[in-house]
Design a protein around this ligand. Structure first.
Ligand SMILES: Cc1cc2nc3c(=O)[nH]c(=O)nc-3n(C[C@H](O)[C@H](O)[C@H](O)COP(=O)(O)O)c2cc1C
Length: 222
């Protein structure tokens, strides 16, 4: 084993800084709606694909969020993938609660009714996924919802085969940091991606490099 120490090889990060290394990430705009409270939108980075059968996403919602009250009532939410033109919506919806401001109205967000659930979709998003809560658990101050996919939509002509087309206005979010000119809140950073940024790596190259017995196994499987 090498006698190198991690700090000889890497720059060490704090716990908080560690979240930078899995960026860029598409941070979601979560839309919720209930009969009593009406529609709302909040920013959420704590979401993940969480199973295939039925296809589901997990979303963590803090008990202090108005969104939590709404999802507890309706058991439904939409995960919207914002476009880069929605950077202001992403920033504001992560700072301000709907208890203080009707965010959808303030931001002028255009919506379309959901097809399978009673939650609106965001018209200018790259895509929207309609979810109904199939299960949930609580841990510390969050509820972790498993949202079963009821319907999913992408912007017209937004796919390139099985891939999301990079010609979409994708918001590849990198995080926030203080800039010289900032006085009250940090600047938000994102990367501009286009189809020119797409690179291809053929998986066959990996199979060709395997030991012979394994190569035969993987070649037989396709
Ligand atoms: C980048 C970012 C990511 C966030 N991710 C989450 C999240 O995954 N879950 C959550 O409960 N709150 C998250 N928040 C905080 C909420 O968006 C914030 O508390 C919001 O004001 C809640 O709005 P509401 O009270 O109208 O529901 C995030 C905020 C930011 C800026």
């Amino acid at each position: 084993m090498s006698s190198e120490d991690p700090s000889d090889v890497f720059d060490e990060l704090s716990e908080m800084e560690s979240k930078a290394i899995f960026k860029p990430k598409v941070v979601a705009l979560v839309v919720s709606n209930s009969e009593n409270k009406g529609p709302n939108v909040m920013t959420a980075s704590w979401w993940m694909l969480a199973g295939y059968n039925p296809f589901r996403y997990m979303l963590a919602v803090s008990h202090g969020d108005y969104t939590h009250e709404i999802i507890e009532e309706s058991k439904e939410f939409v995960l919207a993938a914002p476009s880069s033109e929605m950077i202001e919506a992403l920033t504001l919806s992560g700072m301000v609660s709907n208890r203080e401001l009707d965010k959808i109205e303030h931001l002028g967000l255009e919506t379309v009714p959901g097809s399978e659930i009673d939650v609106p979709l965001l018209k200018n998003a790259v895509g929207n996924i309609e979810c109904s809560v199939m299960d949930s658990f609580e841990f510390e101050n969050c509820t972790y919802y498993f949202g079963q996919v009821e319907a999913a939509y992408v912007a017209k002509d937004g796919m390139d085969g099985r891939l999301l087309s990079l010609d979409n206005d994708i918001l590849a979010y990198l995080g926030s940091d203080w800039d010289e000119g900032d006085t009250h809140t940090k600047s938000r950073y994102y990367a501009e991606l286009s189809s020119d940024d797409l690179r291809r790596f053929p998986g066959d190259e990996v199979i060709e490099g395997l030991p012979e017995d394994l190569r035969e196994k993987y070649q037989a499987e396709d």
